[in-house]
Design a protein around this ligand. Structure first.
Ligand code: ZN
Length: 137
């Protein structure tokens, strides 16, 4: 169990988190204009359509920007510092915010290729996080 703040599940985002629990990163692809939307939304921000399909993403991306937290802004993060919060440009287009782990903060570079993994924090929540991508064979 964690005492860290966790996502608040609502009727609007439940499907997204259900897929995360299955270790699948899925986002809504608009059925009318094709826009891949994130964060989860009832309406397409481009065309206002409500029709969408949950498309599975590759989990590959690149670091767009990041920040290193060197002091805890919440007591539950005391043991994690320093930790990294990064904006990841996903291969499919959307930019998402998450933790980047498995690399020393001083070794991170903008453009670093990363890959998705899931952190199973409890029975109901698996958080999508990122680590440096394995080298292509
Ligand atoms: Zn649309």
């Amino acid at each position: 169990m964690t005492t860290k703040p966790l996502p608040i599940i609502t009727d609007d985002n439940r499907e997204y988190w259900d897929y995360c629990q299955k270790h699948e990163l899925r986002m809504q692809r608009c059925r009318d204009c094709g826009h891949l939307r994130f964060p989860v939304s009832f309406l397409c921000p481009k065309c206002h359509s409500t029709a969408a399909d949950w498309e599975r993403l590759s989990g590959r991306g690149k670091v767009y920007s990041y920040v290193v937290y060197r002091m805890p802004y919440h007591p539950a993060y005391q043991d994690d510092i320093p930790y990294v919060v990064a904006f990841i440009d996903l291969a499919e287009g959307p930019r998402m915010e998450s933790n980047l782990t498995g690399i020393a903060p001083e070794d991170i570079k903008v453009g670093l290729p990363v890959e998705l993994y899931f952190d199973d924090v409890n029975e109901g929540i698996s958080l999508p996080k990122f680590r440096p991508a394995a080298k292509e064979a």
